[in-house]
Structures are given as structure tokens and as C-alpha cells.
Design a protein around this ligand. Structure first.
Ligand SMILES: Nc1ncnc2c1ncn2[C@@H]1O[C@H](COP(=O)(O)OP(=O)(O)OP(=O)(O)O)[C@@H](O)[C@H]1O
Length: 585
């Protein structure tokens, strides 16, 4: 229960509703008690008439009528209060589920990129959906049935002892066995359910990947292999589901068996004691039979509740693990720190904490507002890492990276990120309209602004060519757009933000050279007072930059302007010659 203590704050938040729930549960239970009482009284009255203890049939009829009315009233009231009881506990559990999901999601969003690299997306999703659902079972049904059971036990068993103590002992004797058996069965059911869920999630992942990668599957003609793999997984899932069904099938027969034993004991012991005169009223036996049946479900529920709590504890532990994870990148300043965009790398070396790969070694350069820096280099030479550090996705030593002469960690994190327009290498578009995908950079942007940004990113013509224009909804991961179109929508998103620093990570790789030229010219116009960094493999993207640095294995091996670099021996000149040759071919 240690982990579940985390939920106490929610119990406190909804204490009013919960207390009302407890109160209503008690009332509903008391009304439930009236039903067997009145059935017992009715049977006793009939028996007394048959024995000749009551001679006037009118008296018996009158008592039966009163009993029926009371019975009906009590049953209706009990049903009504049971309905209200569900409205309190189950509704609270839904509120808690909602709060907890929001809390987890908001916490996820605060966590640093490293966290997402270390944990699989499926796992993150499972904790926010599956685990929260299991925790809800503790807050809702487990609590509700727990309170109902305790109330019913106290009220019914006390009354039974009051009526016939010895008979009560016999009647309730099999109930603990039932509770333990149901508990054991529930544990088994849970174990098998977990396995079934694991199979299901493997099947879902496989199916999702197959559909996402359908183009590759078709191109390689591996549909038969994919079908076989699916069949194997589905077969495994089927076997585990059958295993689960077998133990589930035991649940009700086991319950019936033990109720049967209790009933036999009540009839036998009750009958014997009535004959011996140890029980005064015949109706007591009938009354007890109803009580035993009334108690059976709550007793079975004890086992179920126990396993529900165990599962919730395990789930809450997994949730707490993430909730207790602190974001490795934290905002350290209170006051607002507007950013001008003077970027300074000072002998910066950086090693990725998770892999230990040293991506940058003694890198130094400066870029000022109004300037464009181009970074050229082989794959894996550390170009993207430079951009990630400017966005403070990772921390470095204070003196190594400054913006506006202030260590990057001394800038307000929100101000820093607000001042950056970042276009990643792998353009990610949401399954939404093109307009909203561009607006993502500026939520309240007008249609004119969206069009202007799209024009600057040289994608406007493509967009208006679509039947629905800016309202074209993109499929999952923007599959309706070509690679180059996706890159340009992603550029438009950064442009519309109108940030002080623009970071382009090899985002023109999929556009032809003419379009590249058009975009670069537009960028030149709009970034007159901004700091721009363009990462590229192409000389054409870099040539007009104020400064170019060439990276190799994390080190700057050349720097200068295009003219300076083409006139000195080295990587840049060779690349230029190679790309010029390719263009002429
Ligand atoms: N998130 C990460 N965690 C650990 N190592 C990383 C991470 N990102 C990059 N690296 C490693 O750091 C090195 C530099 O990578 P980086 O992405 O900066 O290169 P790049 O020059 O941008 O390459 P490309 O042109 O292929 O995009 C590589 O060896 C890479 O494997």
C-alpha cells in the first residue's frame, strides 16, 4: 500500500463525495436487511396459521400484505441508494483517473529528451492508460465494494448472531474458504490477463509497424513472411486467451459450490435446531438462507478486492517511477530574460550522457543577430548536436555556451525556447490540417500569416494545388506529402513563429536546388535581424552564409566564408568540386 499513498491527495480532494458515499452505503445496506427479515416473518406467520397458533386468516393476510409492502419499499429504497452509491464512488474514480492522466501527461512533457530516449513510447503510453485504469479500479470499485462488504458484514452478521448464534457460526463457516479460493483464483486470472495483454500489445505493435512500413513490405515482396509472423503472434495470443478462459470458467462454479455448502448447513443445522426447539421461529431458517446468499457476493469480492489492490499497487509503482523522475533540464531563473541571439560556443566539448559518445570536441564559434552560420560535415560529425545544445536539450558547462553573453542555463528556459524556431532533420507533421500544422508555430496566427509563411517556405503553390488547400488533412505522419513538401511545411512552421534564432537542421535535403535557392533568398529577407544557423550536406545551402564551419568527428576542421574556403585546400573545396561535378552531369 506504500505506493498507493500517492493517491491520498486525491481522496482528500474528493472527500466530500466519498464521505457521502460511505453514508449512503450504510443506508443502502440497512435497507437490504429488511428484505430477509420480512420474508422470515411472513414464513413464520404462515407456519403459525398452519400450526393453529393463529386461527384468524385475516390477521395472517394483513401481516403478509404489510410485509410485502415493506419488502417492496425496502427493496426500492435499497436499489435507489445503491444507484446513488455508484454515483459517488465510481464518479470519484473517474475524476481521479482524469486528474492522474493529466498529471502524468504534464509531467511527461516536462521531462527531457534523454528520458524519451531511455524509455519506449509503448511503455509511456501503457503507464498513462493501462496503469491508470488499474489504479482507478482501486479508487472506484475496490473502495466501493470494500465499504459495502464491511458494512454488510457488520450489519448482517451482528443481526444473525443476535437471532441465532450457533446457526450463524455454521452458516458463515464456508465463507472464509470461499474468500481465499476466490483470491487465489483472482491472482491466477490476473497473471494470465497480464500475459494476454503482453501478447495483445506485441500483436498491436507488429500490426502498427506493418501498416506504417507497408511500402517497404511491398517493395521487398515480404508479405508472406509478414503474414506468417502475424499468424504466429496471433496463435500465441489465442493460446494464452484460452488459458485465461479456463481459469475464468472456474470462478462461478466455485462460488456456487460454496454457497451450496452454506445453504445445506443452514437447512440441516437450522432444521435440527428448530425441531429441538433451539430456534423459536421457522422463518429464521428461510431468513438465514437469504442472508447466506446475500453474504456470498461480498465474501467473493474480498478476494477480488485484494487482487485489485495488489494490481493497483504495482501500477502505481510504475506511475510513481516516472512521476518521481526529475527533468534533467530545469529552469533556474525566475525573471524573464529576452533573447537577442548572440550565440557563443567557447571551446565546447560534449559527450552524450546516455551513450558516452563524444559528439563535439573543443568547438568555438560565434554568431550574431543578422548573421547566418552554415555548418557542413559528414554524417555523425556533430552538426545536429550543436543545434540541440542551443535549444538546451542537454546541459553543458556554463562558460562553454553563452547566449547574449549569459550562460545558457541562466536564461529563462521558456524565453529561450520561445526565441528559437527549429526545423528538425526529420520533419514531423501532425495528423491535422496543413493550416494547423503551420499554425503550430504560432497558435493565434491569421490565415494571411499562414499563407505568407507558406510562401516564404516555397510550399504555398503545392498547398493550393491540393483539392482542399490549407484544409487538407494529413494522414498519420503526413504520408500524403512528399519528403520535400513535408520539409517545407516544417520550415513554414518555424518562419511563422518569427523567432530571434532560426535553426535549420539539414531540412532542405529533399528539395530541388531551384526551390532551395528560392527558400534561401526568402530566408535572407526575413532573417535580416535574426541569428540563423543552417546545417547542411550541400554547398548550395551554405555558400551565402556569413560564416561556414566544417565539422569532422566533432571538431571544427575548417572555417571561413565560401570564397575563403573554396580557395583553400581541404574538405570544403573537395565537396564543392564534387557537387559541382554532379550538377553538371
Ligand atoms: N541523442 C543522442 N544520444 C546519444 N548519442 C547521440 C545522440 N544523438 C547523436 N548522437 C551521436 O553523436 C554523434 C553526432 O551526432 P549528430 O546527430 O550531431 O551528427 P550529425 O552531424 O548531425 O549527423 P547527420 O548529418 O547524420 O545528421 C553521432 O556519433 C551520434 O551517434
Amino acid at each position: 500500500m506504500k505506493e498507493l499513498k500517492y493517491l491520498n491527495k486525491y481522496f482528500l480532494k474528493y472527500k466530500g463525495r466519498l464521505l457521502l458515499g460511505v453514508f449512503i452505503t450504510i443506508i443502502a445496506t440497512v435497507f437490504k436487511l429488511v428484505v430477509p427479515m420480512k420474508v422470515g416473518d411472513s414464513v413464520t406467520a404462515v407456519k403459525q396459521y398452519l400450526n393453529g397458533e393463529i386461527t384468524d386468516i385475516a390477521i395472517v393476510k394483513h401481516e403478509l400484505l404489510i410485509n410485502i409492502l415493506l419488502l417492496l419499499g425496502a427493496a426500492l429504497l435499497s436499489a435507489f441508494f445503491t444507484f446513488i452509491m455508484r454515483q459517488t464512488f465510481i464518479v470519484v474514480s473517474r475524476y481521479v483517473e482524469y486528474d492522474l492522466k493529466n498529471e502524468i501527461f504534464q509531467h511527461y512533457e516536462k521531462l527531457s529528451l534523454g528520458f524519451y530516449k531511455q524509455n519506449r513510447t509503448g511503455d509511456l503510453m501503457n503507464r498513462i492508460s493501462e496503469d491508470v485504469s488499474k489504479v482507478r479500479m482501486y479508487v472506484g470499485p475496490a473502495l466501493m465494494y470494500g465499504i459495502t462488504t464491511v458494512t454488510l458484514f457488520i450489519v448482517v452478521i451482528s443481526y444473525m448472531f443476535y437471532k441465532a448464534p450457533i446457526l450463524t457460526l455454521y452458516a458463515i463457516a464456508p465463507l472464509p474458504i470461499l474468500s481465499i479460493a476466490i483470491y487465489k483464483l483472482s491472482v491466477l486470472i490476473n497473471q494470465r490477463t497480464t500475459i494476454v495483454q503482453q501478447y495483445l500489445s506485441r500483436l498491436t505493435t507488429f500490426t502498427q509497424e506493418s501498416f506504417s512500413g507497408i511500402a517497404v513490405i511491398k517493395a521487398y515482396g515480404i508479405e508472406p513472411r509478414t503474414n506468417t509472423n502475424f499468424e504466429e503472434l496471433a496463435d500465441g495470443s489465442k493460446v494464452k486467451n484460452i488459458d485465461l478462459a479456463k481459469v475464468q470458467a472456474l470462478f462461478f462454479p466455485l462460488m456456487m459450490l460454496l454457497i451450496g455448502v452454506s445453504n445445506i448447513l443452514v437447512i440441516y443445522i437450522g432444521g435440527t435446531r428448530y425441531i429441538n426447539g433451539q430456534i423459536a421461529e421457522f422463518g429464521t431458517i428461510v431468513e438465514f438462507l437469504i442472508y447466506v446468499n446475500m453474504l456470498t457476493w461480498p465474501v467473493a469480492v474480498v478476494g477480488w478486492i485484494t487482487s485489485m489492490i495488489q494490481q493497483a499497487e504495482a501500477s502505481q509503482k510504475r506511475i510513481n517511477e516516472f512521476l518521481e523522475t526529475e527533468p534533467s533540464i530545469q529552469n533556474l531563473v525566475e525573471e524573464s530574460t529576452p533573447v537577442d541571439g548572440n550565440i557563443e560556443f567557447n571551446n565546447l566539448s560534449f559527450t552524450y550522457p546516455d551513450t558516452g559518445i563524444t559528439a563535439l570536441k573543443n568547438v568555438s564559434f560565434t554568431v550574431k543577430p543578422g548573421e547566418t552560420l552554415a555548418i557542413i560535415g559528414n554524417t555523425g560529425s556533430g552538426k545536429s548536436t550543436i543545434l540541440e545544445l542551443i535549444g538546451r536539450l542537454y546541459d553543458v558547462k556554463e562558460e562553454m555556451l553563452k547566449i547574449d553573453n549569459t550562460a545558457i542555463r541562466d536564461l529563462h528556459l521558456e524565453d529561450l525556447r520561445d526565441s528559437i524556431g527549429y526545423v528538425p532533420q526529420d520533419a514531423f507533421l501532425f495528423s491535422d490540417s496543413l493550416r494547423n500544422n503551420i499554425r503550430f508555430g504560432k497558435e493565434n496566427a491569421s490565415d494571411e500569416e499562414v499563407i505568407e509563411a507558406a510562401k516564404n517556405a516555397a510550399v504555398h503553390k503545392n498547398i493550393i494545388g491540393f483539392k482542399n488547400g490549407y484544409d487538407t488533412v494529413l494522414g498519420e505522419r503526413g504520408i500524403t506529402l512528399s519528403g520535400g513538401q513535408k520539409q517545407r511545411v516544417s520550415i513554414a512552421r518555424a518562419i511563422i513563429k518569427d523567432p530571434q534564432i532560426l535553426l535549420f537542421d539539414d531540412c532542405l535535403s529533399a528539395v530541388d536546388t531551384e526551390t532551395e535557392e528560392e527558400i534561401l533568398q526568402n530566408l535572407h529577407k526575413i532573417s535580416k535581424k535574426k541569428t540563423t544557423i543552417i546545417v547542411s550536406h550541400r554547398i548550395s545551402s551554405a555558400k551565402n552564409a556569413n560564416k561556414i564551419i566544417v565539422l569532422n568527428e566533432g571538431k571544427i576542421i575548417q572555417q571561413g566564408t565560401h570564397n575563403e574556403l573554396v580557395n583553400s585546400e581541404g574538405y570544403y573545396k573537395e565537396l564543392y568540386a564534387k557537387q559541382l561535378l554532379e550538377k553538371e552531369k
